[in-house]
Design a protein around this ligand. Sequence first.
Ligand code: SF4
Length: 447
Amino acid sequence: MRLSTRSRYSCRALIDMLVNGAERKPVPLSKIAERQEVSEKYLEQLFIILKKAGIVKSVRGVKGGYVLAKRPDEISMGDILRLTELDISPVDCSKCYRKNRCICRIYWEILGEIIEDYVDSITFDEINRRVKALKSKKMVKAKDKNKNADLIKKINVLKKERNAVVLAHNYQRNEVQEIADYLGDSLDLSRLASKLPQKIIVFSGVRFMAESAKVLAPEKTVLIPRMDAGCPMADMITAEELRAMKKQYPDAKTVCYVNTYADVKAECDICCTSANAVKVVESLKAKKIIFVPDRNLADYVAKQTKKKIIPWEGFCYVHEFIELDEIKKLKKLHPKAVIVVHPETKPEVVKIADYVLSTNGMVKLAKDSKIKEFIIGTEKGLVNRLKRENPKKNFYLPKRKPLCSNMKRIQLEDIYHSLKDMKYEVKMDKGILKKARKSLERMIAIQ
Ligand code: SF4
């Protein structure tokens, strides 16, 4: 069954009437025709049917037109379809000579009942409410846009006045990414912070990232717009816990992922990123390596080295919840797409991936390769960037979008207040800073 223009135009005309107040005052047919871009003559024919059925009433006079003859909650979409279509059942079995022995007939009848129940359950009152909700959503979006434009102006003025620079991680909100002077992963941005001429760094990311920027650029003022932008994975290990682990394995060297706080970095021999973790582990002479805090990255490294990896049981909840089934479903839907995942995803997801890459690695692959379709296993914020930078390529994310709520804490307003009030400055104990710096510098030296 295909709906004809008779039923579709009738529904549109009724919705138009409702939106334009037909419950209170007559709406001229010429106006409906104009707004809906339908011939007035055609509408006249349809309104004869609607009037006969008691759905609308005509009102004569200069301010005349049509009003609803019933309350909108008394008119269903089914009423209109039955009035304007000859038949709304999917198959007309009545004239078929096989109707009494057809094994499918029962199913067509059930399907017909489902369609009838469905269209009868939709009233014009409900449709009207949906239209209004959609309109107000659009208005809120438009308001937000204006507010953002205003904030962006103020941020740019403050950046100039203070000689400041905004660095944003790949997982940040879209609007934050758009105003950032530089985008990247945590280590690249921290290294950049030490090289840039600006003395004030606004780091839009999570706290451990701003700390790394401070460690590598101690002479600069590093601001994080929200102190509560933490990282649940970094929270999973403390310096004290790492000290206890080191005592348990005295002959092991300690590697810590950059996604840790400075006091944990200060306790380890060397840091690593998701891009260089294997290289860092291989660079050490020890046969046993304590690897903290991400167990999935540890597993990924363990599979590529002969050294014994002793993992900490930490994980990133965003990557941990990317399910193998979801990735497989996407692959079925997009068989030409390559699977690209972050090594923080679970081992079974990593196993079926075509590429296991850091966020920067993903940015590079999307830009430099001829591949047109990608199934991405990492935080949604990166996909926004990939789409922006590669508008002709397609990127697919699991249905349940991997979102880090901590990464989304910082909004434009926070960046504005950060610059205006110079808050929140990253400060740390000098001894910790010195030791953490050594761990980071050792890693940088082997790159
Ligand atoms: S994405 Fe994962 S590792 Fe990154 S900040 Fe969020 S919880 Fe931490």
